[in-house]
Write a protein that binds this ligand. Structure first.
Ligand code: ADP
Length: 405
């Protein structure tokens, strides 16, 4: 691809995929700019180490890459980045990127905002690897690969935890001996880039709501909920790691810690337990069918139905819990792959919320994935909004590029 203007790259390195988006550099970058930087193209390599597949599209949908590779050619993330770098060098020959923004899952207690990456930042992110074992190492692999190839290029880390950095100790504590809290063993919360985008979007589409007590449900492959007051996060269902809270595609969500002790007592190693809690649990574990919500909704096996029912029940429970934190509820927003696109899941969650919160959906608006999906008589407005984590990363990166931070 050839573009006429300088570009910002956004890198989102997941456990088996790397997503790259190309954005134009905006004229101005600050919180109040109406529109996020324009996305010019998006590409991804999925199935790293299993069935590698690279694809890329321009913003108008034109396919510019669609290729499958033998697994020996892309066995790991290092190889995936080399392949991506080669493709980007070719595609962006005339306009090399002026900055790269990375999604970084864990910023721990150190980072309450996006940060320019240097050796010191890399060392501090490295120390957080045990708290996000399936994501943070890949985030760092991407950062190091760019640093090796272009040491002077501006790289910015944008954190999933940062939006929650202002949480009160009530939202951060776990009832372990206090010295662990002091060492940073505390609840952080994740999906913050998505929540920051929704807080911003609410100001545009429902300014009254944006000022109020709102629960946002980010339901994608990972899933969590966030309680916001006046657009600021006050509580999240995720904790020290991205395992806590809602059951997810393959992650367990909240479980009795005694279950982990029981597994260990059966002789399972920490690595095996970790692999199970992150990769074999949640919707996949319960259904035995798939981690993918669309596949479960299409399946007629009793366990697929059980998994979806449990998901909706647990989501509603978490909403009740967060409403206690907020002291009431002025609005509910669904977002991410499932939240923004699945009328069925939203209806199942909201069915649990009718008696307590007077929530009712407009079946047609919900079925059409409209922005406002609650009925006129619903005591609490309910919205379905697309999220844009990559746009938020592009904005934060542009802020550091244009304003120095
Ligand atoms: P990630 O967390 O990897 O970014 P997404 O936000 O894209 O994931 O969410 C992926 C999930 O969204 C999958 O479970 C997928 O089945 C689900 N999903 C996407 N579209 C729909 C839909 N129309 N109906 C139900 N589920 C959907």
């Amino acid at each position: 691809m050839t573009t006429a203007h300088p570009v910002i790259l956004v890198v989102n390195a997941g456990s088996s995929s790397v997503k790259i988006s190309i954005f134009s550099v905006p004229e101005a970058a600050h919180e109040d700019v109406e529109v996020l930087p324009a996305q010019l193209a998006h590409g991804q390599i999925e199935g790293i180490g299993v069935a590698p597949h690279i694809e890329g599209r321009l913003a108008d949908g034109t396919v510019v890459a669609d290729e499958r590779f033998p697994v020996e050619l892309v066995p790991d993330h290092d190889a995936a980045f080399r392949l991506i770098q080669a493709r980007l060098q070719e595609g962006l020959r005339d306009t090399p990127p002026v900055a790269i923004g990375h999604r970084v899952v864990h910023g721990g207690m150190d980072f309450a905002d996006a940060v320019r990456i240097d050796d010191n930042v890399i060392a501090r992110l490295d120390a957080l690897v045990p708290l996000a074992p399936l994501h943070q190492p890949h985030n760092l692999t991407a950062i190091r690969a760019v640093r090796a190839a272009a040491p002077d290029l501006l790289q910015v880390a944008c954190f999933d935890t940062a939006f929650h950095a202002g949480h009160d100790p009530m939202a951060q504590l776990m009832a372990l001996p206090y010295e662990y809290y002091e060492q940073g063993i505390r609840r952080f919360g994740f999906h913050g880039l998505s929540y920051a985008y929704i807080a911003r979007r609410l100001k545009q589409v429902a300014p009254d709501l944006a000022e109020g007590r709102v629960i946002v449900a980010h339901f994608g492959n990972g899933a969590s909920l966030c309680a916001m007051r006046g657009g600021k996060s006050v509580e999240s269902t995720m904790g020290l790691t991205a395992l806590d809270g809602m059951p997810m595609g393959t992650r367990c969500g909240t479980i009795d810690p005694g279950a982990v002790l029981w597994l260990a007592a059966q002789g399972m190693t920490p690595d095996a337990i970790q692999a199970m809690l992150y990769g074999q649990s949640g919707l996949k574990g319960i259904s035995g069918v798939s981690s993918d919500m669309r596949a479960l909704l299409a399946s007629d096996t009793p366990r697929a139905k059980l998994a979806v029912d449990f998901y909706a029940y647990r989501a509603a429970q978490e909403i009740g819990k967060l409403a206690v934190t907020l002291g009431g509820l002025d609005g509910l927003v669904f977002t991410a792959g499932i939240g923004a696109n699945s009328p069925d899941v939203r209806a199942r969650v909201c069915a649990h919320l009718t008696d307590l919160f007077g929530i009712s959906l407009d079946a047609a608006a919900n079925g059409d994935n409209c922005q406002r999906i609650s009925s006129d008589t619903s005591r609490v407005p309910v919205l379905a909004l697309q999220t844009d984590e990559e746009g938020m990363i592009a904005l934060s990166t542009a802020k550091i590029l244009l304003n120095g931070g």
